[in-house]
Design a protein around this ligand. Structure first.
Ligand code: PNS
Length: 171
């Protein structure tokens, strides 16, 4: 009997920045699939806070203890990248009904582009259902705390970028 095929999933996104909602989905994916590649889109429309290299670096730091989680960048069509990597699953997180329309459009467009790649949706822990990269950036820019919303390294890097010092009592 031949060995069962090792299942590789791709988790694509902008990750500007990585939030604890992303981390939650990645850890769920890493339990479900043999390997999961976090695929960071290089050319995002809006000008990113973090460069692609910085987003890779941050994400690698967060997952350095997880042997079946890889981090890469990609450009162009996601289905082409997934095919090059030999992945047949795209993982996306669904937080609320408001995500559904865009996610359905993407999943069906990707299916039209490639019949052999399936999109799998996962729900994050309910603590993260209202969390997005955009809101995390806004809260930070207006002086709010990101404690529990993003990995510590993200908050540190945001502070370094903006020259903001940590609140008293925090490193
Ligand atoms: O974190 P985001 O911004 O919601 O991620 C969106 C992403 C990167 C998954 C999406 O923009 C994407 O897949 N871009 C690659 C271009 C592509 O394949 N487009 C056609 C399929 S909709």
């Amino acid at each position: 009997m031949s060995e069962p095929k090792s299942r590789l999933a791709v988790y694509p996104g902008s990750f500007d920045p990585l939030t604890n909602g992303h981390v939650d989905i990645i850890r769920r994916g890493a339990r479900l699939f043999d390997r999961i590649v976090i695929a960071i889109l290089v050319n995002i429309d809006k000008s990113p806070v973090f460069t692609a290299e910085e987003r890779v670096d941050i994400t690698r730091q967060v997952f350095r203890g997880d042997p079946n989680v890889e981090v890469e960048t990609f450009n162009g069509l996601l289905v082409d990248y997934a095919a090059r990597r030999g992945a047949d699953v795209i993982v996306r997180g669904l937080r609320a009904i408001s995500d559904f329309e865009f996610e359905m459009q993407m999943a069906l467009m990707n299916r039209r582009l490639s019949q052999s790649i399936e999109t799998v949706f996962m729900m994050p822990d309910e603590r993260y259902t209202y969390l997005s990269s955009r809101l995390a950036k806004e809260v930070f820019a207006l002086g709010g705390s990101l404690d529990g919303l993003v990995p510590e390294v993200v908050e540190i890097r945001l502070r370094q970028k903006s020259g903001v010092r940590p609140p008293a009592g925090r490193s």
